[in-house]
Design a protein around this ligand. Structure first.
Ligand code: NCD
Length: 307
């Protein structure tokens, strides 16, 4: 049985297969409409979510399956003190696959160790978010036609932003990918990513503070919000929250074929005026998130694919 805790749980060929399947689903959604007719997905969300939970649910429904679950720790037995391990043992009796989001790093991994059904990490604390990475990779591949030979700018809260950590881990496996890490000093990328992922793989990267200086060289600009819920005090958050605001003026410095991605939710870091620019791809990215989760569910459930 396969689980998905980090993008590295998939080899590059496996990942390509999932992206190819997602692209086929995009072209022929009807073909897949009954592939999971007899399957159930449980969404176990101990932390707030709009896109991730609803896109998992939409993905399973698009495949003909059913969904069940909870959307906050308060509305589950966690509020009574039940452990994640006990909860997953119980959920294994109700569902065929589950997606779990948890504020504690490693909680989905603990669940996967005792689970009888595939567990998908839907975000664990400030650690990893592999299905957002699948979404990001599908978006980049669909818009740019490749995942190699790219200069990727990651901007904002690189310290706590789990989507950034997972995306870097996945992209260092492609040829000639360069990173421009744009953040305030206090929100720089964690040292384990800098040392064990970037330096260890001899990846070209720079760390800068000013978005204006970095933007002209980028093929992709990946914006992120400052992760309010991971700050220890409100004052630090307030000081950091509007550090970057991408507006039309800054965007005028970018290449015509640079795309802007954002895992969403957006707070202030992208001005609403940017939404009309053809390079704004963050709402398209949401749609790709459904296709790729459909492909992932089919893969982990080892469903026989229609020809
Ligand atoms: C991200 C997350 O939860 O880490 N959201 C998402 O899943 N699309 C990004 C964020 O919350 O900032």
């Amino acid at each position: 049985m396969r689980h998905l805790m980090s993008p590295l749980d998939l080899s590059v060929p496996e990942l390509e297969k999932i992206l190819d399947l997602a692209s086929d689903i995009e072209k022929n959604p009807k073909k897949y409409a009954h592939t999971c007719d007899d399957k159930r997905l449980a969404t176990l969300f101990y932390e707030p979510s709009t896109r991730t939970r609803l896109s998992f649910e939409a993905a399973m429904m698009n495949l003909g399956g059913k969904v069940l679950g909870f959307s906050s720790a308060d509305s589950s037995s966690a509020a009574k003190g039940e452990t994640v391990a006990d909860t997953i043992r119980v959920v294994s009796c109700y569902a065929d696959i589950c997606a779990m989001r948890h504020p504690k790093e490693g909680a989905p991994l603990v669940a996967s160790m005792v689970s009888n059904i595939p567990v998908i990490n839907a975000g664990d604390g400030g650690h990893q978010h592999p299905t957002q990475t699948l979404t990001d990779l599908l978006t980049i591949r669909s818009l740019k036609g490749r995942l190699d030979n790219l200069t990727i700018g990651l901007c904002g809260d690189l310290k706590f932003g789990r989507t950034v950590h997972s995306l870097i881990e996945a992209l260092v496996r492609y040829q000639n990918v360069k990173f421009v890490l744009i953040s305030p000093e206090e929100l720089r990328i964690p040292s384990y990513i800098r040392e064990d992922v970037l330096k260890k793989n001899n990846i070209e990267f720079v760390e800068v503070e000013r978005l204006e200086d970095a933007i002209p060289d980028l093929d992709i600009l990946y914006m992120t919000r400052v992760q309010k819920e991971r700050f220890f005090n409100e004052e630090d958050y307030v000081r950091m929250k509007d550090f970057y605001i991408l507006d039309n003026q800054k965007l005028s410095l970018a290449k015509d074929d640079m795309y802007i991605l954002h895992p969403l939710p957006r707070v202030n870091e992208i001005a609403v005026e940017v939404d009309k620019d053809p390079r704004a791809a963050y709402f398209k990215q949401v749609q790709y998130g459904v296709y790729v989760r459909m492909a992932l569910i089919l893969t982990l459930l080892e469903v026989e694919l229609p020809c």
